[in-house]
Write a protein that binds this ligand. Structure first.
Ligand code: M6R
Length: 365
């Protein structure tokens, strides 16, 4: 069932082009319209939404952070994202016309389920984004948008996260259609780029050697940083969690602009800093943060879109991902970061599929 791969995690990383296709299948009409069969949330209800809250744990929380940016950019509806374990105890302000979106691969995470129940009790409408048909989260939600990533066995989530991003793109565009916040030409262009993602991931999976080499370099380190701005910061959090959970190397995700407010003190000669710089509008800002850490001796590995060669002047190494729209970049850029975690963990001899102390599904609080 590992399809010839050594581990489930590696298989699931390679599953992503197919998972993207399956998650999009039947939901895009002739390249110009998003259709979500079975969605009961009407266009009128979407237009009436005052706010959206998202609740999730771990990797699903990181996907929701990307989802927030996607939905806010496409619809201008304000979105808040909470860790489910915080949301349920913080007495959230749920006004009329609040939609709560619970994101969970398994659909059985205790805190996510409890946060969702809490929201319902306060009168919110609840939507679930989950990978498991018939799961508790799916059964209890008013609407479900399934990711169709297929079973995920490795404890470290890979294809479920990236398929959640696809679900958010579909949902954001679907809402934008109802709200008329996006002109037809931009909608068509975004859909076209969305449909290119599977083959772009495929392309990336063919050129993995540079990532393996970087894994060799970081595998004997004790700690490192992932930095980024905007969507790259959300992605940095996911990259950092992935590395920690399977390689057991301590790492921290930092908003690049926050470094000088404290963490810069931790940078010394040779500290690895992985700088995510896929967001074109923020490129210059991130580049100046790279200079900041370089000046303190950091070894900088940058991740950028193809063609953004200016980073080669400042970073020690640059990994490129295929060109796409900024909003879609995390769905590509996550792939080398998953592989970086994977290779680093396997070089260190860890059980990649079953990291110590962790369970696949956290059904207790
Ligand atoms: O099944 P869920 O998406 O609700 O699980 C949430 C987290 O437990 C999960 O994403 C966890 O953080 C993964 N081990 C991350 O790789």
């Amino acid at each position: 069932e590992k399809n010839g791969f050594d581990t489930f995690m590696l298989k699931e990383i390679h599953d992503q082009p197919r998972a993207y296709q399956d998650t999009m299948r039947g939901r895009i009409n002739e390249g110009k319209e998003i259709v979500l069969p079975g969605m009961t949330l009407s266009a009128e209800q979407i237009r009436g939404l005052k706010q959206i809250h998202m609740v999730a744990c771990g990797t699903a929380y990181h996907a929701a952070l990307v989802g927030k940016t996607v939905i806010e950019r496409l619809t201008r509806i304000p979105v808040e994202v909470d860790l489910a374990s915080e949301y349920r105890y913080r007495m959230p302000v749920i006004r009329e016309n609040t939609l709560v979106i619970a994101v969970s691969q398994s659909g059985e995470t205790a805190d996510t389920l409890a946060a969702m129940r809490e929201a319902r009790q306060c009168g919110a409408r609840v939507m679930a984004i989950t990978n498991v048909i018939g799961s508790s989260v799916a059964r209890e939600a008013d609407d479900v948008l399934f990711t169709l990533a297929g079973p995920e066995i490795a404890v470290a989530s890979t294809k479920a996260y990236s398929s959640q991003l696809i679900a958010f793109y579909l949902l954001g565009l679907f809402m934008a259609q109802s709200m008329e916040t996006l002109d037809q030409a931009s909608l068509i262009e975004l859909i076209a780029m969305l449909e290119r993602l599977p083959s772009q991931v495929e392309e990336m999976l063919e050129g993995l050697e540079p990532v393996r080499q970087i894994a060799e370099q970081i595998s004997n380190q004790n700690h490192l940083f992932f930095i980024g701005r905007g969507l790259d910061y959300s992605l940095a959090m996911e990259a950092s969690l992935k590395l920690k959970e399977i390689s057991y190397i301590h790492s921290e995700a930092y908003a690049a602009g926050e470094l000088k407010h404290g963490s810069l003190a931790l940078i010394e000669e040779g500290t690895p800093v992985i700088a995510l710089a896929t967001q074109e509008l923020l490129l210059e800002k991130t580049a100046s943060n790279i200079k900041e850490v370089k000046a303190r001796g950091a070894y900088v590995i940058a991740l950028a879109l193809e063609g953004q060669t200016e980073l080669e002047k400042t970073a020690d190494q640059v990994i490129y991902v295929p060109r796409t729209y900024s909003l879609l970049a995390p769905a590509l850029a996550v792939v080398p970061l998953q592989l970086l975690a994977y290779y680093t963990a396997s070089i260190r001899g860890n059980d990649v599929d079953k990291p110590r102390n962790l369970a696949k599904s956290v059904t207790v609080e």
